[in-house]
Write a protein that binds this ligand. Structure first.
Ligand code: SPD
Length: 296
């Protein structure tokens, strides 16, 4: 750049030239954009592209196949809601299975409940665990808990071949594309149902009702063919497209509100939760009218 007064070339700071942004597009019509300070790590696993980016607003973030999954500075809402809501709707969950969830956030929350005897995680992509351990030590801390058992492999194969049963199965999946796509199918949900104890609960992340209404409608229709109790709940997740994220609570016996375990909630140390509490537990099942219509 030329200084107008002296007519000399002015030295520019290299930092001012760094102007990199990550945008997650929604059907090419809108997008969620983050300022990126640096690309920390990038690799291609056998299943997907994995990136760790450092964002200005949320710190380091995990991006799988171009979709942002978790960030060190996010509210924690997703991981807290996918784990504590079902755990506090069941009177005594001991055996928990998490399918997916290689970033460890869900398992770490599950293991805040002292009554959980074992939490098995079945993650298809070993590299996700490896990278997340390196960059998100707090989030992945539960993976080192002696009650955690890690299985690397296809969640579908595991569910179809194991003879174990669980009190709670959590489908902490990425989006229904790539390696996770078949884990959104009815046949898989039926296999999960078959691996639950008679009073077991399944919770699945169920995308954004605002941005993915067709997926949501089809998924809940299928789930209602399988489970006697199916309820949607939601959370605010500003790092996900539309910021409005949903979960399917599916159960054989326990209702998420009528069976809320108030005493155990009071006795469990959830003091480091940033989003979940007893009021949020109840309030998260209230749905906007357009979502009620969608699920009819
Ligand atoms: N578009 C992002 C959807 C991510 C849902 N699952 C995240 C898994 C993190 N454990």
């Amino acid at each position: 750049m030329i200084d107008q007064k002296s007519n000399q070339i002015k030295e520019e700071s290299m930092d001012d030239l760094w102007n990199v942004w990550f945008t997650e597009l929604h059907e090419g019509k809108s997008g969620l954009t983050f300022k990126v300070n640096r690309l920390v790590e990038s690799l291609q696993s056998d299943f997907q592209r994995i990136d760790i980016i450092e964002t200005e607003e949320y710190g380091k973030a995990l991006v799988l196949y171009g979709s942002l999954m978790v960030a060190e500075g996010d509210t924690g809402a997703y991981n807290e809601m996918i784990s504590h809501v079902p755990l506090l709707a069941h009177p005594d969950p001991k055996e928990v299975l998490v399918i997916g969830g290689g970033d460890g956030g869900c398992v770490t929350n599950v293991l805040k409940h002292p009554g959980v005897k074992r939490c098995t995680i079945c993650e298809i992509d070993e590299k996700v665990i490896e990278v997340c351990r390196r960059h998100f030590p707090k989030l992945t801390s539960g993976l080192d808990d002696p009650r955690c058992r890690i299985k690397i492999g296809d969640g579908k194969k595991f569910i179809e071949t194991t003879d174990e049963t669980f009190d709670l199965i959590i489908l902490d999946l990425s989006d229904p594309i790539g390696p996770a796509a078949e884990l959104f199918q009815k046949s898989f949900h039926q296999s999960v149902f078959d691996r639950l104890n008679p009073d077991g609960i399944m919770v699945a992340q169920s995308e954004s009702p605002l941005f993915n209404p067709e997926t949501v409608k089809a998924m809940y229709g299928n789930l209602r063919d399988i489970f006697p109790i199916v309820e949607m709940y939601s959370c605010l997740m500003p790092i996900y497209p539309s910021s409005f994220w949903s979960f399917a609570f599916c159960s054989n016996k326990y209702h998420p509100l009528k069976d809320f375990q108030a005493d155990r909630y009071a006795q469990t140390d959830l003091s480091d939760c940033n989003y979940y509490n007893d009021e949020i537990h109840k309030g998260s099942f209230a749905l906007p009218q357009y979502v009620r219509e969608l699920l009819k």
